[in-house]
Design a protein around this ligand. Structure first.
Ligand code: PLP
Length: 216
């Protein structure tokens, strides 16, 4: 069995979605994974995302997973399926405005700062709590969950602890602010090196690049 089928069957058993992170990889390689049945691809640069969206089949679901600049939201707003990386209120406001212009609702995840070095962006959980009422008042974005990036480390204890914290933030929000919101279901965490730990800790969506496509 190839690595793609192996990862896929592991994730399907756990009911976890696979975002194939294709950043820096050519369209021809993405097409190969599309042919195997993969439909969700993640990118972290707007220009690259737009180009790939134009040249690949239209039933691909594109996810923006990287830091997003406000002035670039307009380029992806017409087609993006999910933005994982809404990490501040101003960005949320711009996404909302661009969604409105395109007469659509854009699904977003709120990115939480969990690790130290590797994830400098993201909301502090305590700040986020205060901002939630305002974020929920933005009617053209749909907050479907949280995203977090663990510290880049081989120390499984650290990863375990960070993903455990993410899960408890998710559960707390789900039980309180999002109690009446059936769309708040996704917890995006886990990459090539730590996706199994993420799944053990309740991830519903892993973002895997190098393990599928080779090193960048
Ligand atoms: C690049 C990237 C990934 C995938 O990383 P791999 O280690 O190659 O699996 C996941 N999430 C984000 C936000 C990324 O930028």
């Amino acid at each position: 069995m190839d690595i793609y089928s192996e990862i896929n069957s592991f994730l399907q058993k756990q009911d976890v979605n696979l975002v194939a992170v294709s950043k820096t990889k050519p369209v021809s390689l993405i097409q190969q994974f599309y042919n195997k049945g993969q439909r969700i691809f993640g990118e972290n640069r707007v220009n690259e995302l737009v180009e790939k969206h134009e040249s690949l089949p239209k039933d691909i679901e594109w996810h923006m997973i990287g830091h997003l600049q406000k002035n670039k939201v307009k380029y992806i707003a017409p087609f993006i399926t999910l933005i994982h990386s809404v990490d501040n209120v101003k960005l949320a406001k711009v996404v909302n405005k661009e969604a409105e212009k395109n007469e659509r609702t854009i699904n977003v995840l709120l990115q939480i700062k969990i690790g130290d070095e590797s994830s400098k962006t993201g909301f502090d959980y305590e700040d986020l709590i205060e901002q939630i009422p305002y974020l929920m008042s933005l009617t053209s974005i749909n907050i479907v969950g949280l995203m977090g990036m663990g510290t880049f480390t081989n120390d499984k204890e650290i990863t375990q602890q960070e993903f455990g914290a993410m899960k408890s933030y998710f559960d707390k929000l789900k039980a309180t602010r999002f109690k009446d919101n059936d769309d708040f279901t996704e917890l995006s965490m886990g990459m090539s090196g730590d996706y199994k730990i993420a799944v053990e800790n309740g991830s519903t969506m892993v973002r895997i690049g190098s393990l599928l496509f080779g090193n960048r």
